[in-house]
Design a protein around this ligand. Structure first.
Ligand code: MRU
Length: 351
């Protein structure tokens, strides 16, 4: 499965596994160019994650798992155990916020720890990476079912989304975008408003691309237009993904998500977070403990080398923010939905 077009999303996939190499669709170049980058070792995969060739919490975790599998497949010295352990460490340093990365590496580490020989490790780690990939796709399909139950809608409606949570960001189908696909499949979707998602433009470059390919009605809007869209009464739900969800139900997601949650509450619009349980980090008590990645100022000052701001102007570029649980109506995972999340409700599902 992991080597095929694994989603029901017009064949859009972020990665192709070939056993001895991993191909990643270079998301930095979309929508202009569909270029695949091949990695044959963990260093290459770690670089692709850090540079955002591949991005989106679940896709980062899956790619990292394949990176560990590659480390074992290509281990060439007597110190094969050290090689794989160093690969896991290197992959863990690639990006800090999405907990799916650490979850996947921990899972790979457990499998590795039980292996007695290099051939066994190579086989077992590859099999585990494929399982992580397949389970993520299955989780996305299950989440879409749970989300529609929570929404409980009878007539077509419009939703607003932020960033990219589709086949490009996951093992296939998508989290929040999977819910949107399912609404469309059931003829319950009027239109998707897609925030462009400054500064990296995941919304305009990736979400609008995926939805257009799949002929799902989409209107692209500047992030600043979200309040006006909500005020117009056109949107019933905001649906977003997550990079890390803490024990009290706080959610780290793409910068600008928190703004949307505040707007949703003001306008009495539903606010739903959709993420696999691999995004839940019950070890952290609250969102204040989540490490928030800051990226280079050039992402804000420039676009593909064209200056958008005075050279050298100081920039603040946190790429995630934390939405407090109190602003979230439902967190939907493949295990079920947590309505009005708080510590007790989260523990009931994820203890
Ligand atoms: O910086 P990115 O593009 O990796 O950020 C992605 C997001 O914030 C997504 O909303 C999140 O990872 C969920 S993807 C299913």
């Amino acid at each position: 499965m992991a080597n095929s077009t694994s989603s029901r999303s017009m064949g859009t996939v972020a990665m192709r596994w070939h056993g001895y190499r991993l191909e990643l669709l270079d998301q930095r170049l979309l929508p202009g160019e569909e270029h695949w980058i091949t990695s044959e070792d963990a260093t290459g995969v770690a670089q692709c994650i850090a540079d955002m060739v591949v991005r989106g919490a679940p896709a980062i975790g899956i790619s990292a798992a394949y990176g560990v599998a590659l480390a074992a497949r290509h281990a060439g010295t007597d110190d094969w155990q050290g090689e794989v352990e160093r690969a896991i460490d290197e992959l863990a340093r690639s990006r800090p916020t999405a907990v799916n990365l650490f979850w996947a590496l921990e899972r790979m580490g457990r499998v590795f720890g039980a292996c007695q020989s290099l051939p066994e490790a190579a086989e077992q780690l590859a099999a585990e990476a494929v399982r992580i990939h397949e389970e993520d796709l299955a989780a996305n399909l299950a989440m879409a079912d749970h989300a529609l139950e929570v929404m409980d809608i009878q007539a077509p409606m419009s939703v607003l989304t932020h960033c990219n949570t589709g086949a490009l960001a996951t093992g296939g189908y998508g989290t929040a975008l999977g819910v949107i696909r399912r609404l469309h499949e059931k003829q319950l979707l009027e239109r998707v408003y897609a925030d462009e998602t400054r500064p990296w433009l995941q919304g305009s470059r990736l979400t609008a691309w995926e939805l257009t390919r799949d002929e799902i009605p989409v209107t692209l809007n500047a992030d600043g237009a979200a309040a006006a869209i909500l005020a117009s009464g056109k949107v019933k739900w905001i649906v977003v993904g997550a990079d890390r969800i803490t024990a009290n139900g706080d959610v780290a997601n793409k910068i600008g998500t928190y703004n949307l949650a505040v707007l949703a509450r003001y306008h009495s619009v539903g606010f739903m977070v959709v993420a696999p349980s691999s995004t839940v980090d019950m070890a952290l008590a609250s969102g204040a403990q989540i490490p928030i990645e800051e990226r280079e100022g050039t992402e804000v000052r420039e676009i593909r080398g064209i200056a958008l701001a005075p050279a050298g102007v100081e920039v603040f570029n946190p790429v995630f923010d934390v939405t407090p649980a109190s602003l979230i109506d439902a967190i939907v995972t493949e295990k079920g939905a947590v309505r009005n999340p708080d510590l007790a409700a989260m523990q009931a599902l994820f203890a």
